[in-house]
Design a protein around this ligand. Sequence first.
Ligand SMILES: *Cc1c(COP(=O)(O)O)cnc(C)c1O
Length: 345
Amino acid sequence: MNRNWVTPLRLDLEKAALVHNWRWLTAQSGQAACGAAIKANGYGLGAQGVLRQLAGAGCRDFFVASWCEALALEDMPEGCALSVLHGVRDEDMAVAVASLARPTLNSLAQISRWRETGKPCDVMIDTGINRLGIAPEDVFGGALDGLNIDTLMSHLACADEDSAMNGHQLAAFRALAGRTTARRLSLANSAGICLGADYAFDLTRPGLALYGGVPRAEAAGQIKQVAHPQAQILQRRILKAGDSIGYNATFTAQVDMPVAIINLGYADGILRAFAGVGTAEGGRCAILGRVSMDLIALDVLALPEAKEGDWLTLDYALPSTAACTGLSQYELLTGLGSRFERVWR
Ligand SMILES: *Cc1c(COP(=O)(O)O)cnc(C)c1O
């Protein structure tokens, strides 16, 4: 392929912002080590790239959801560990035993499947989210006996809120300290880290905040935006007063106005929720009409020089974009599609 050829849409990814966010989360984690959740392709940013940047900064513990994701990260950097949060099904066993990654065991069936391998594992305890995990009573009853456990974890249900649930889960998890052979304890995700040192234990597991998400007010002003969707202008045109634009003619020009059509759409994760509220170039260009599968129209009155082939940046600060679109910060990241070229700078 011609090396000068580039796709017309890219994710501009700031290495310094990612590393800054990890360092801030590390500082907030106190004595605990700070890992990184890189499931869902590194929350849409590209798991390989995120892994490489964070490993370079000193991060050693990484988490994915499934073995499919683990296989895509086979050659881990020296000294780094990968944990597979969804554990092992029967059909995963051959892959899991051959892998350097550890399963996070979630059920009694998964435990009995893994125990005879003698290989290291992590274990998820359910302290109240009632999703995946072993009940504390089963731990006290000896369910983990004979396992080679690296990290005992639990996951907070309401860490992004000031909920009594947080204290209940903390107490339930703390009661397990010293009651298993696990080398480390881990409870906090991004929001959990913001709840304070009590929640950090030995290892924290942020995802969202690494990638620019602000999980709680404590992190506002501390976390930097990492990902900037950018697309090329495919055509610039003048919309005449009275002309409409796009599917279903939902926008009609009141006066003659310059418009840029950019190579980006809902198939790239820029959903129709952006219509009427999304902007580009620091608020200077409003999205006009419907978002199409592969195209978005922008008002470029503020950009008199913008021409075909120029690159424009969609405004994608996660807290404000979530507020105006009604999408969650997580959805904004993980929905970013496969057509973007992911470029770290
Ligand atoms: C996804 C996930 C995390 C990271 O959560 P964020 O809210 O993105 O920080 C941590 N732990 C577990 C078990 C997870 O599934």
